[in-house]
Design a protein around this ligand. Structure first.
Ligand code: NZQ
Ligand code: ZN
Length: 395
């Protein structure tokens, strides 16, 4: 087992009605003037925003609203939030929505604590030294941003989608009422489930090593999502399925499923995420669906590096009983692909509606390798040419 640090400071309130605690918790964490941040309207239609505002009013917390965050959140909206936050003297960011809204709020938090342009952090020209406190009312099970140290933002001027990781941005609190996810459409639900499993896989496939307690937790989280996803897709108001997936989203990305495992600089492999971020940066695809579309090509490409690890996944997560490791590994990959298809997820880029030219493959690999200056992955280290080959196999 590698040495590790497990730090997960977010206070989680989970269950029916917890959104009414927003005002009290903002106050508890020192907020007096909130930037209330949300997306394209789902929180208005559901009446959630009104309930959150009532809770702020009851707690005597002032607020200013900024809606309009889009999936794959844009730096232009972040800059708007920074300007508004400065003008209004905001001291707390409250995100009401999915991962995009939370990530945008985290970025505004960085921007408000910095004199330069917030994109400097996402372009890796500067490292954040501070972030205003962020809290969230989560409405979608997917990214784990409610407990993660990440914020992922897209610069619409150049199609670059980049993540910044730092404990500074971790949510002070996350309010998670599974009923709020009943209205998430089937495709978005399935994409979220693909993302959740992927966050655990990225750590599970960090390398060939075994870290028994961590691996067993990871396998349980993956089995849970694979069992519950079809239920949530078929019956949107299945509370137990929604609740299981919701909590799995947090467990998958708060570090728990990586404790003691290896990586390439950061715990985990993260190649699928890096490959996907180029896709959603360039083509604005849904993140979880993009991960599903790339996974099959990635897994076939890297599996020969350590078939026994894929065989363990096949046997313990996908129920494969084949004794030979290589055959079991392939059967596990096929079984996971079948799961993805069963919930309406693509397993190649065509399934995402993309028909890529050779030039586009070159551009994706060039961008993903940061113009040929970095490798990605740790299960198998991937250079620019490997990245291109995986995109080609996924085409
Ligand atoms: O904008 P509204 O109207 O709210 O609609 C949203 C949006 O269209 C809708 N939605 C959310 N909750 C709903 C709902 N519709 C009905 N009922 C509800 N309860 O769903 C759509 C997608 O929302 P979005 O927030 O974009 O989805 P998600 O949570 O999957 O976030 C995706 C973003 O997070 C990044 C992704 O790359 C992507 O940019 N990630 C963030 C991570 C992190 N911070 O730790 C890690 C991830 O790997 C990921 O990269
Ligand atoms: Zn993800």
């Amino acid at each position: 087992m590698n040495d590790f640090r497990y730090y997960t400071p977010t206070r989680v309130e989970f269950g029916r009605g917890v959104e009414t605690k927003a005002g009290e918790l903002v106050k508890h964490f020192g907020g007096t003037k909130v930037l209330l941040h949300y997306g394209g309207g789902s929180v208005k239609r559901s009446g959630l925003l009104d309930r959150v505002i009532r809770s702020l009013d009851e707690a005597g917390v002032a607020y200013v609203e900024l809606g309009g965050v889009v999936p794959n959140p844009r730096v232009s909206k972040v800059r708007e939030g920074v300007a508004l936050g400065r003008k209004e003297g905001v001291d707390f960011l409250l995100a009401v929505g999915g991962g995009s809204v939370i990530d945008s709020a985290k970025a505004i938090g960085y921007g408000l604590a910095y004199d330069g342009d917030v994109w400097d952090f996402y372009d890796y020209k500067a490292t954040p030294a501070a972030c205003l406190p962020v809290g969230c009312v989560l409405t979608l099970a997917a990214t784990g941003s409610e407990m993660s140290d990440s914020s992922v933002i897209t610069n619409e001027e150049n199609g670059k989608k980049r993540g910044v990781n730092s404990d500074l941005c971790r949510c002070r609190f996350a309010l998670m009422n599974p009923e709020l996810t009943f209205t998430v459409p089937a495709y978005q639900t399935a994409s979220g489930c693909a993302d959740i499993v992927s966050h655990t896989m990225e750590r599970y496939f960090s390398g060939a090593e075994t870290v028994e307690p961590t691996d067993s937790v990871a396998e349980g989280v993956m089995r849970t999502v694979i069992e519950m996803a079809p239920r949530a897709v078929k019956t949107p108001d299945d509370y137990e399925a929604r609740a299981a997936i919701f909590w799995a989203s947090s467990l998958s990305h708060n570090g728990l499923t990586g404790c003691g495992r290896g990586g390439n600089g950061r715990v985990g492999d993260w190649a699928c995420h890096q490959l996907e971020h180029e896709l959603s940066g360039m083509f604005d695809v849904t993140h979880g669906a993009g991960l599903a579309a790339i996974w099959s090509a990635w897994s076939h490409y890297v599996m020969p590096a350590a078939p026994a690890r894929f065989a363990r996944f096949a046997r313990r997560v996908m129920g494969v009983s084949e004794p030979d490791d290589e055959k079991a590994a392939l059967a596990g990959i096929a079984a996971y692909e079948a799961f993805l298809r069963s919930i309406g997820m693509p397993t190649d880029l065509r399934g995402l509606g993309l028909t890529l030219t050779d030039e586009q493959l070159d551009a994706l690999a060039y961008n993903c390798s940061f113009e040929g200056t970095r490798t990605i992955g740790s299960f198998r280290i991937l250079k620019q040419a490997d990245m291109r080959e995986i995109y080609r196999l996924a085409r």
